[in-house]
Structures are given as structure tokens and as C-alpha cells.
Design a protein. Structure first.
Lengths: 369, 369
């Protein structure tokens, strides 16, 4: 069975280097927020092109801490409803009010028209999710918001699926106020467990977020910042991430090549037209199909796993039923048609061919673009 | 310089076994909530004597999730103010109202009289912290609460400093409604990074907490439980903890022996009279001294590090200034007199002798008991 992702296929290849990281860790004597965390934060900030990187325990924590630093408690935050719920979970954790925008039918990323429609002077932040690996140009969002309100609203880039994607010369995460990353193992840059990071060019926000990740301490054992919690990246995970980072570009390119093979075989990949662009890092090979259930069963017969990212909109959550009802016709329509095919850099040529053959055999499910 | 704790002294001794855990991890293909987490949860529940163990990302997260599962939001939670603030941080994270109890002057653990004074039918939970490694008999708390209210209030045992401590036949964590553990590296049972766990005998609470640690999902990607966040123990850390657990009893005994040497040398250790009891696991060798600043300087000259656990009461935090003022005379008085001496199982006989000599040389700082 070909899985949709397989981080072990990468780690087994570089297991000796992973063991060297463990050796270095065991030879040191810091376990939390030590030199390996510092090194990774510096190299990741450098790679993304941001002044500061603050590593944290997970991608969801990254968004939560970013929203807190922006003072979003009890205020409205704009976001999409088709990105797995992590933005909503972060909003609800701090008592912010999610206000959902619909998505663009051709990219399934947030619709700028929808942002313009829903943004008001009460909006405290806009979460822009670079879904499936395609980076949005945050300048366009900012220009549109300014045209309506005559001012900017802080933008939080959710880069959990877009490590390394570039809009012109700026990498996802460095375009706007704050960038949030997850290093969940299946990500384009994944740790060997949970992890996350926040990047920013704003020194004041950086200091605030650095304090928030460690109990909101102003000095050891004195909580000064409301909302401070414990959210730190392990030294060992930081060491692994420093090892993996130099492989990211090449592995992103390999992902794009896989997607291009699927498109050649007739798959209607949502981001097919970006498959040659550095703006796209092919985190998830999401396609749209008719009769998804039957398609999934057919691929299963060919030993090809599939996924759905995501089967629910955030507006479906029992936890969001108290919010004002909203209509998201494009998000709703896409929800029943999206399907994710296997895509990870270590796929063998044979595995890629098998998926392509399964696509060709099931061409009738792919809609005309 | 002899540090107050030194987890690296343990890990270096068993580095080959640690590498074996890494090898096993690299040979598997699960990275989050996989077989190594499951194994550790089972063995830790078995060791503590609880039905269920739910591993999480940190000890603070453990308390937060426990309080959420008990429905403490916007309700009063009783706790002490001299335990480092983790209980307060957890309360504030979920919008519960901390109500502080004073401590017993001889143990510096929560005073049952103070609980009786402050508990009301509005109290949603009582956090009982087994501070410095001495377990409180939770039955006494329950009996006292019942005598006043005619009913029990859920008790959350904060066992971050008391892994393995036993009250009669029950280990700390299994005495009350829920037990919370931190596996911060310096703990008696410490991971090689952040980690925590919750134990309980209540199957319904266990299921609730298991869902809360993973976004509050009822099914993958559907948030059904308010307050659900991401708080998981890494597979690797679970593997390390399974390796370390069988050493816990012996290492706790070694800690007690060190404390006894200090007492013989004249140190007024807060928990000296429990140094032979399994109720005490000597997590921190806390003593009380006059003129602490001078004492600390003198020990520093003898190459003996000291700490203060803790230099602030929770009532000192800028984040608690909105609460009703409270007087905690015993906690306040202890705050300026407590000092922590080095205590970890891998201390060499020579290191222990050096600390004992420093104690003897500075006998004038130790108060008469």
C-alpha cells in the first residue's frame, strides 16, 4: 500500500546523521531551550528571511501565541474554514472570535473578495493559510484591506503546509506580520515528533512571543504576561530540524515533480498550474474528483492510499455552533470533491508509476478543468 | 561547581540504552501517539496504580487538561501559592479562579485548616501539590472537606515533584480524582525534553482528557470538545521514559540518602523527618536558613550551587493582581528563608562530602528546629 506520506522513508535514509545528532545531544548538558534550539532558530530565521524565530511545541501553539501577541482576545479574526481547524482551535483557545472567509474556487485558498467583504475595523488579525503548499501573495491581501479600511490589519501567515514556498523573493512566513510553522513529522520540514515555530521581523512582537512560550515569565518563576503557557521545542527536535533543513529545497522540488507526473496522467490537481513555480511546494497532492467514495475505493484496490484534507469545515465543528452562521458556498462545494494522493520526496519511480497508472485507469472521475 | 540537579549525569551513564531506544524508534514508522507512547502509558499507569495514563506535552498542560475535564472554567480552584505557579498558570489558561490556601509551617505543604477555611460549595477542584517530593495524604483532605461541606470536591494531585512517593499503599497520583505529572528533565522521572502525564481511575474522565489532548477531536479533524488543544508526548520521549522508569525507585532511595547526609551535617531540611519514608522522594533538598543571601554567597565560594524554590508566591504575579487579595503569612515567611541544595542520584560521594562540609562550615545560618 502506498501511503499519502511516509516520513520514515526519509529518516531511514539519513539515520546515521540522526544518530550523530543524538550523540551530540548526549554529549551536551542542556535539555530545554539550549544551544541546539538557538542554532535552529537562527538558521530557520535566516532561511525564511525573518529577523526572529521563536520555536514552540507545535504549529497550533504557534498560531495561538501569535494571536495572543497581537491582542486578539475577544476580537474578530478572519480565516478560512477549509484548512483543518487549527486556526479556529487557536482562536477559541484564546477567546478570539473566528470570522470565516470563503475560498477562491480555482485555488481553494482564501478569496480576497471574501476578505474584503468581511474585514471591518473590528478585525484584529487575518490568518492567511498557504493551503496544500501554495503561498498567497500577502501584499494583495494588504492592498485590498487598505482599500476598504484605509489601514492595514496584522496578517498571520499559516505556513504549516508551505515551508520554503516563495512569493517573488520572499518566503512564506516573511511576507506579513507573523509567520507560523508546524514541524509535525509529515510536513515538508518535519521533526520526529511535535514542534513548531513563529517568525517575525518585529522585535517587540518577538520578545513578547518569546516570553509567552515560557509561562509568560518576565523573570524565572514570575508570570508577568497573561496567557503565558509552556510551549517549547525540544533540543533533540531542534537538532533534527537543523539536520533536515538543508534538504528542504531539493525535497520540495521532488514533490513538485511527483505532482507533475500525476497531472500528465490526467489528475486534476488543484494547484497543477503552479507545479513549476517556487511559490508552490506540493505539500499535499490534492485533486478534485466526482464520486469521491467510489474513486477512493478504486484507488484502494490499486494499493494507493488516499486522504481528504479536510473532510470537515470549521463551521461543522460542534465547538463553533455558537458563532454567527455564515455561508461558504465554494468551501462547501469543494469539501465533497477533494481527495489527496500520495506525495512525498522518497516515493520510488515505481511507486509514482503505480499511482499514475491508477489515475489513468480512473480518468472518468477527474472533472474537466 | 556542584549543580542542584544534573540530568546529564544520569543520561551519560545509560547512553547506550538511550541509543537503543533511538534505534528502535528509527526502525519503526510512527512518530506521534504510536506504540512507544502506548507502552509507556501502560507501564506508568501500572506503576502508579491507576487505570489510565494519558501522556501530554508538559506538566502544566497536564494540570490544564485535568481542570478542563473537571469543568473548572469560571469556577474557583483551591491551591497553594508557593509551588512555582504552574497551578495558577493552568487556572488562568482556562479562565478558572485561583483561590489560595496557606501552607503548614512544618512541611510547607498545603494546610488542611486553610483548605477547610476557603473551600465552599463553589469550589470546583482542589489542587494538592506534593511539594519538594513529600506526598500529602489526600484522604485527610477529603475527610476535612466532607466534614465542612457534606460532600467531596475533586482533588487534582500535582505530582510533578513526587514521582513514586507512597502514602500507605497508594502512590501519589492514584490517591484522588486525577494525578498530574511533569517529566521535565530535572524531575525524579524526567524525559530528555518536555513531557507530562495525567493518571486517573475514572474511565469517563480519561476518555475526555484523551480527546482534549488532541484538539478535542471526536473524530479526526472534527473538534467536538471546547478547550481541546494539541498536547502530546513525543514517541521518542515516551521511549526514553520507559527506559528510565525501572530506575526510579533506586534513584529515589539515593536522593533520600543524600538528604540524610545533609541533615546529619546540620542542615535544617524542611522534610528531614520524612527522610526514611517512602512518602518522600527528595526531589528538592529544601532547607530553611537565616540571612539567605549571605548563605548563598558562602556556599558559592565552596563551589556549591543553590536554588530557591520558589522566589515568588503566585500572589506576587502581575497576572494575579485582579484576584481578591489574600493573606498567606506562612507562605510569605517561608519565601525569604528557603534554599535548595544539590540533590540528584548521580552525585558522587566526594560531591556529597563537599556539600556536607559547606553545610558544617555555615552551621550558623541554619535555624534551630
Amino acid at each position: 500500500m502506498i501511503q499519502i506520506s511516509n516520513p520514515a522513508a526519509f529518516t531511514i535514509k539519513i539515520q546515521d546523521q540522526i544518530r550523530s545528532v543524538v550523540d551530540r545531544f548526549l554529549g551536551g548538558n542542556t535539555f530545554v531551550l539550549g544551544s541546539m534550539v538557538k542554532e535552529f532558530e537562527e538558521s530557520f530565521a535566516g532561511y525564511i528571511g525573518s529577523r526572529d524565530c521563536i520555536s514552540v511545541a507545535s504549529g497550533t501553539d504557534a498560531i495561538e501565541i501569535a494571536l495572543r501577541a497581537l491582542g486578539c482576545e475577544e476580537k474578530e479574526v478572519l480565516l478560512v474554514a477549509n484548512a483543518g481547524g487549527y486556526g479556529t482551535i487557536s482562536c477559541l483557545a484564546i477567546g478570539a472570535i473566528p470570522v470565516y472567509c470563503d475560498v477562491n474556487p480555482s485555488t481553494l485558498l482564501v478569496s480576497i473578495e471574501s476578505i474584503v467583504e468581511r474585514v471591518t475595523s473590528n478585525t484584529a488579525a487575518i490568518i492567511v493559510t498557504h493551503l496544500f503548499g501554495l503561498a498567497i501573495d500577502c501584499k494583495l491581501v494588504d492592498v485590498a484591506v487598505n482599500a476598504k479600511l484605509g489601514k492595514s490589519i496584522p496578517i498571520v501567515e499559516d505556513c504549516a503546509q508551505a515551508h520554503g514556498a516563495k512569493v517573488d523573493d520572499r518566503r512564506a512566513g516573511s511576507q506579513a506580520t507573523i509567520g507560523c510553522f508546524s514541524f509535525y513529522p509529515t510536513k515538508n520540514l518535519g521533526a520526529l515528533g511535535d514542534g513548531g515555530a513563529i517568525v517575525t521581523n518585529d522585535a517587540t512582537l518577538a520578545e513578547h512571543m518569546r516570553d509567552l512560550r515560557q509561562y509568560g515569565w518576565s523573570t524565572r518563576y514570575l508570570q508577568a504576561l497573561p496567557g503565558g503557557r509552556n510551549s517549547r521545542l525540544d533540543e533533540l527536535q531542534a537538532g533534527f530540524l537543523s539536520l533536515f533543513l538543508p534538504y528542504l529545497e531539493e525535497r520540495n522540488a521532488q514533490r513538485r515533480e511527483i505532482l507533475k507526473e500525476y497531472v500528465k496522467s490526467g489528475a486534476t490537481a488543484v494547484h497543477a498550474e503552479h507545479a513549476d513555480s517556487e511559490r508552490y511546494v506540493a505539500h499535499l497532492a490534492v485533486c478534485t474528483v466526482d464520486s469521491r467514495e467510489k474513486f477512493v475505493a478504486n484507488l484502494n484496490k490499486e494499493n494507493v492510499s488516499t486522504g481528504v484534507h479536510y473532510p470537515f469545515l470549521d463551521t461543522d465543528f460542534p465547538t463553533t455552533q455558537h458563532l454567527d452562521p455564515t455561508t461558504l458556498p465554494v468551501s462547501e462545494a469543494a469539501k465533497t470533491r477533494i481527495v489527496t494522493l500520495p506525495c512525498f520526496p522518497e516515493m520510488t519511480p515505481n511507486e509514482i508509476s503505480l499511482v499514475c497508472a491508477a489515475i489513468e485507469k480512473n480518468h472518468q472521475f477527474f472533472e474537466a478543468r
